[in-house]
Design a protein around this ligand. Structure first.
Ligand SMILES: C[S@@+](CC[C@H](N)C(=O)[O-])C[C@H]1O[C@@H](n2cnc3c(N)ncnc32)[C@H](O)[C@@H]1O
Length: 451
């Protein structure tokens, strides 16, 4: 969401300050406010109901709206706490949007965002979506105000010119050096990446598996720079990524030492996830999502199912295990690396197949005309109308839509409604505590025909 056309000659308002009453939360980790002249501001580091001095960070005289940071809190919300992270705040690390909100308030803000997105983009009330209006914490994440759960098993550190590891500032390529990211899982923190220097590196990606001691770092050197000797505080596998992306847009990665993958445990199964490959980021996410999807779909023995955007095969494996030896599952996934992992992970199920390529291309090419169940877990942009229509045309008795973006979920629910599928129920999970992100699972079924 750009604030104005880049060609605009209008005067910049960056640095201008306005004292404002802060209105409701908006999707993206900010709240809406209006200046006395009626300008719309999207303000970070504030909460609904506060009175703050907001300093503009992006926007011009002719912009439809301005972005701003709350630099002084004149009247604080009762939901405000001092930010536990010393690297958060205006102009600092862009990772956590709600450091200054009590944990319960963070989940209420996310619920308000989901309510608003469902209404605006899908025309659904929470009741029509089958949602109880709450965002559920992951097991073990109910922390007291002022504390932060250490949930994140995948962290990409950016490295500055001086070789210091840090995280990116909000909407910027600049690096905020950090010596401890509070949301990083213990398995990440104990490696000590933040405590050493990374000369010549652009990024250091850490994966700390859940349920095994596997730890892997993928180093991306700056052009013409060589890898440093990697000495971390715990044993770790090391890979090197090419600075430019390879075929299919995936970074090419090479094993330097140790294993080229980590072993994750979820749903009583071990999953190989290669360096640079996707796995759910929260320590509990894979379990929470499999449980929600399986409770919603209630797979029966001998059924057929699709797992679209299947990654390393998490939902395909959970379905295959519950549908028995007569059940059949087809997974579709764009990343070649993830497809190799999924085929390896699912090799114990003879009636599971994984095809590589974009869902929009591969699904029609499979020639499949029906399926009992479909799981979709698309990237942030969502699946889109074409894929949704193709899914509905298969006539599944239930569909599970796993969404990491509430706006994409709402848009795709509208496409599903047009194709004859409506939500039976919806759950929202706080699988990204302290950030503005959330994960949703919608279970859809065919709409009853009007008689
Ligand atoms: C949110 S992840 C879900 C992975 C898996 N369901 C899991 O829970 O581990 C989305 C996956 O979609 C893949 N992907 C992105 N665009 C795709 C497309 N157009 N077609 C197929 N897969 C795609 C990504 O590579 C990624 O593995």
């Amino acid at each position: 969401m750009a604030t104005e056309p880049t060609s605009s000659k209008a005067a910049s308002l960056v640095g201008q300050e306005y004292e404002v009453e802060v209105g409701p939360v908006a999707h993206g980790g900010h709240c809406v406010a209006r200046t006395e002249e009626g300008r719309v501001l999207f303000v970070r580091h504030t909460l609904p109901g506060e009175r703050v001095v907001a300093r503009v960070t992006e926007g011009r005289e002719d912009s439809r709206y301005l972005r701003a940071d709350a630099v002084t809190v004149v009247e604080a919300s009762r939901d405000r706490v001092p930010a536990p992270c010393p690297f958060s705040g205006p102009g600092r690390c862009g990772g956590c949007d709600w450091q200054h909100a009590k944990p319960g308030a963070q989940r209420r803000l996310k619920a308000e965002v989901l309510t608003e997105q469902l209404a605006q983009l899908a025309g659904l009330t929470p009741e029509q979506a089958g949602w109880d209006g709450t965002v559920e914490p992951a097991p073990g994440d109910k922390v007291p105000a002022g504390e932060v759960p250490a949930w994140r098993t995948r962290v990409q550190y950016a490295v500055d010119e001086e070789g210091r590891a840090g995280l990116r500032r909000h909407r910027s390529h600049e690096v905020e050096p950090v010596d401890h990211c509070l949301i990083a899982a213990e398995g990440v923190t104990e490696l000590g990446v933040e405590r050493r220097e990374w000369p010549g590196m652009a990024t250091v990606d850490v994966a700390a598996a859940t349920g095994s001691n596997d730890r892997l770092v993928v180093l991306t050197p700056r052009p013409e720079r060589r890898l440093p000797l990697v000495e971390l505080d715990r044993p770790v596998s090391v890979m090197r990524a090419e600075p430019t992306r390879g075929r299919g847009g995936e970074p090419t990665v090479h094993r330097v030492h140790g294993r080229a993958f980590v072993r994750e445990r979820a749903d009583d199964h071990t999953w190989r996830v290669s360096g640079g490959g996707f796995w759910q980021g929260h320590t509990k996410a894979a379990e929470v999502l499999v449980d929600a999807v399986m409770r919603g779909l209630i797979p029966r023995r001998g059924e057929t199912a699709l797992d679209l955007y299947c990654g390393a095969g998490l939902f395909a494996g959970a379905l295959a295990q519950r549908m028995g030896e007569k059940g059949a599952v087809l997974g579709i996934e764009a990343s070649g690396r993830a497809v190799r992992d999924a085929r390896h992970n699912l090799s114990g199920y003879p009636r599971v197949r994984v095809e590589q390529g974009p869902v929009a291309k591969v699904l029609p090419a499979t020639g499949i005309t029906e399926a009992d169940l479909v799981v979709l877990d698309p990237p942030r942009a969502g699946a889109g109308g074409d894929v949704v229509r193709r899914v509905a045309a298969l006539g599944p008795r239930r569909v599970a839509y796993v969404a990491c973006d509430p706006a994409a979920l709402a848009r795709d629910l509208r496409h599903f409604a047009a194709a004859g599928y409506v939500p039976r129920f919806l759950r929202a999970f706080d699988l990204f505590p302290v950030t503005h992100h959330m994960e949703c699972v919608a279970i859809l079924h065919p709409a009853k025909k009007e008689s």
